[in-house]
Ligand binder design. Structure first.
Ligand code: HDD
Length: 754
């Protein structure tokens, strides 16, 4: 203490604040000396991250959640208080001068309540406003310590807590989930070396190559500024005007018009980091990397007619599905896979790996699975967690670095910038959901809503008065890869792109050619639908003219659906004779390539019940589904008790409040004439059939189904239609298996017969 007093002659009493040990005291000494005294290595090591969190979260625990518990509020058994903690005796009546007299200004309880309410909205995200989040963890399954120093990948079995937010892009915060749109797939890793955000999408490419065009893209796709329509839709003039003038969008348009843009569940979509990043190992050696999330439940999507109807019946369809999966223990899981490649390999490719409108076919650089992510906890509070979470592409950790992708460069700027406004100032990193699980030490100070209470009088570096602390981590801190290989051409300032960026159609064709015929038909139908909503003929024509460079046959198909005869002349491509691509067809680009393990966990089946239902069979089916993690809901003409054959069943949904498109499959275990007069049930059968989902109908229900479907349909050949007079175990098994299988699109015709 005396020593410290000597060090701070101006205030000899000050050291008493810091205690005898002087552990937290601002001490004297040169930076180097301080460095030798403080255990930097252990502060940053894998084994011992920080006293605040310890290291690996033991199974069943989660570092983030532990620290968030500090701020969780549970009011069970508690009295109502003001924000100052003063108990409130009456929450019904304003303080007034007599029962019929004026309200009194002194009613601080009323005024606090109203004032807080008046301020409880914050701006929504400028894009990706509509989102749903969940907590979980990432577990390393293959250590990559030879390739990257990144903390989550150092040891097999190491768990890193995560928070994930899935989103649509175009619509506002309250818009529907099932819009045709890209889905955001943003993961915050709370590593023991700081936060790493992998802010990706469910598609591996993007609309534009350069962040300079991002505001234009967003202005074009958002509701049109004069009348603010359409909401959560890209099917309008300004979007198609812009993209038809930007041939670099063509590849992404193929993805956006595919069924990937209408996922069945967040749990059944892939995720992609999109850009090429760098991994950096302990020696400073860099390896190029692309990130992929592979859903264990397989890749499954909706069909368009279904998505449109769902948006009316349940605009929260994907949000509810995520919530219910986690709530019921059917935890969504993804493998994290990487494509690793060298600068030399990258140079040999026919495309540029810095161009975000291009992907690297898996045939060219195979995926390597290095870990698994499990989402196992719903947020406690949507606003505090899902709304206030702030992802930032610039949040990288030691072992991960950027490349010179010009789209990425702009992103490095934009996220922090937009969040400064959205979250009201420079301290939003202290909001619990955003705070790293390691402690933050720096000389940044003050600003609105500061939470931390930094001690001492030193807020600068270098310093001697605080013993040089906090000090630079040197080789143990974040290191940027020194070599910028791409810049070989020289350092002249220039607004231009490398040559390979000019080719825009080869990978659009690769994507199209890699789809199954049903998927191709869906893409063509989506172009037709979207362009049919465009009111300016020249815009439609320009788009079809561009599609002719992808595929003549495909463009003709789209053009025909728009009544274009003859087709407009093809747009002149910038690169008329592009180099031959390495891969002409990539099976992995089809949703059918990764159907998952057939698990039906998280799926929902409508078991229609009524007077003709075989109650025992209905219960048996419900049990069989539950045993495999799926939910079979009894759907009656009304909810509540339904008198069926052999017992009473309790319907918790009705054909009126829960239409067919909210379910993955339909079972009608028996029916009588009475059930045949519900028009809702007819629609149930028709929609389930049209959307190519499995139907089980037994007893009289077979007749009901056949009556609804048009005569002449070959129901016997239909693999997903189980029509049996007396349903045995085998029929139940077959049906339950079908619930987890990809849809069989053999039923589809264009236009639909049913
Ligand atoms: Fe972005 C949000 C993904 C290009 C600027 N972006 C945002 C979110 C995701 C992505 C998932 C939502 C995060 C959340 O849930 O809070 N963005 C992407 C991907 C891109 C991309 C995969 C291309 C590869 N973005 C991109 C560019 C820019 C931005 C080129 C600007 C230069 N993005 C933003 C933003 C947002 C955002 C304006 C809005 C809200 C936010 O950041 O926090 O800064």
């Amino acid at each position: 203490t005396q020593q410290l007093a000597a060090a701070m002659p101006d205030n000899p009493a000050k050291p008493s604040e810091y205690g005898e040990a002087g552990g937290l005291a601002p001490s004297v000494g040169a930076t180097a000396e301080a460095a030798s005294r403080l255990p930097l290595a252990s502060a940053l090591s894998e084994e011992n991250s920080s006293a605040k969190t310890g290291t690996v979260a033991p199974a069943g625990r989660n570092n983030t959640i532990d620290t968030l518990d500090r701020v969780r509020v549970d009011s069970t058994g508690q009295v109502l208080t003001t924000n100052q903690g003063v108990p409130i005796s009456d929450n019904q009546n304003t303080l007034s001068a007599g029962v019929r007299g004026p309200a009194l200004l002194e009613d601080f309880i009323l005024r606090e309540k109203l004032t807080h309410f008046d301020h409880e909205r914050i701006p929504e995200r400028v894009v990706h406003a509509r989102g749903s989040g969940a907590h979980g963890y990432f577990e390393c399954t293959e250590a990559l310590s030879d390739i990257t120093r990144a903390a989550p990948f150092q040891q097999v079995g190491k768990k890193t807590p995560v928070f994930v937010r899935f989103s649509t892009v175009q619509g506002e915060r309250g818009s529907k989930d099932t819009a045709r749109d890209v889905r955001g797939f943003a993961v915050k890793f709370y590593t023991d070396e700081g936060n790493w955000d992998l802010v990706g999408n469910n598609m591996p490419v993007f609309f534009i190559q350069d962040a300079m065009k991002f505001p234009d893209l967003v202005h074009a796709v958002k509701p049109e500024p004069h009348h603010q329509m359409p909401q959560a839709a890209s099917a309008h003039d300004t979007f198609w005007d812009f993209v038809s003038l930007m041939p670099e969008s063509t590849h992404m348009l193929m993805w956006q018009m595919s069924d990937r843009a209408i996922p069945r569940s967040f749990a059944t979509m892939q995720g992609f980091g999109v850009h090429t990043f760098r991994f950096v190992n302990a020696e400073g050696k860099a390896t190029l990397v692309k990130f992929h999330w592979l859903p264990l439940a397989g890749t499954h999507s909706l069909v368009w007619d279904e998505a449109v109807k769902i948006s009316g019946a349940d605009p929260d369809f994907n949000r509810r599905d995520l919530w219910e999966r986690i709530d019921s223990g059917a935890y969504p899981q993804w493998d994290l896979a990487v494509q690793l490649f060298t600068e030399e390999q990258a140079e040999s490719f026919s495309f540029d790996v810095l161009d975000s409108t291009k992907l690297i076919p898996e045939e060219l650089v195979p995926l390597r699975v290095i870990g698994r992510m499990t989402l196992d906890r719903n947020p406690d509070n949507f606003f505090a967690e899902t709304e206030q979470v702030a992802f930032c592409i610039a949040n990288v950790i030691r072992g991960i670095d950027f490349t010179n992708d010009p789209l990425l460069a702009g992103r490095i700027h934009s996220y922090l910038d937009t969040q400064l406004l959205r979250l009201g100032g420079p301290n939003f990193h202290e909001i619990p959901i955003n705070a790293p699980v390691v402690q933050v030490h720096n000389n940044q100070r003050d600003g609105f809503h500061r939470q931390a209470i930094p001690r001492g009088r030193v807020a600068y570096e270098p310093n001697s008065l605080a013993g040089g602390c906090p000090f630079q981590a040197g080789m143990q801190g974040y290191m940027t890869v020194p070599a910028r290989e791409e810049n070989r051409e020289g350092t002249a300032k220039i607004r231009a792109k490398p040559e390979k960026f000019a080719e825009h159609y080869v990978q659009a064709r690769l994507f199209l050619d890699s789809q199954t015929p049903a998927e191709q038909a869906h893409i063509a139908a989506a172009f037709r639908f979207e362009l049919s909503k465009v009111t300016v003929p020249a815009v439609r024509e320009r788009m079809v003219a561009s599609l002719r460079n992808v595929s003549e046959e495909f463009a003709a198909q789209v053009g025909k659906g728009l009544g274009m005869d003859p087709l407009p002349a093809p747009l002149t491509p910038v690169v008329p004779n592009p180099p031959k691509p390495e891969v002409m067809r990539s099976e992995f680009l089809s949703l059918m390539a990764r159907p998952g393990d057939g698990s039906i966990a998280g799926r929902k089946v409508a078991i229609v019940v009524g007077s003709g239902t075989d109650a025992a069979l209905a219960r048996e089916l419900q049990k069989a589904l539950l045993a495999r993690g799926a939910v079979g809901r009894f759907v009656g003409t009304h909810i509540g008790a339904v008198a069926a054959q052999g017992g009473t069943l309790d319907a918790d949904a009705s054909t009126e409040n829960s239409p067919a498109y909210l379910f993955d499959a339909l079972a009608i275990p028996g029916a009588d004439e009475q059930m045949g007069i519900d028009g809702h049930l007819d629609e149930f059968v028709r929609d389930t059939y049209r959307h190519c989902k499995p139907i089980l109908a037994t007893g009289g229900a077979g007749d009901l189904v056949r009556r609804v479907l048009p005569a002449g349909l070959d129901t016997a050949q239909d693999q997903a239609l189980v029509l049996q007079e007396a349903a045995g175990q085998e029929a139940l098994e077959r049906f339950v298996t079908l619930v987890g299988a990809p849809r069989d699109f053999a039923r589809e015709t264009d236009p639909p017969r049913v």
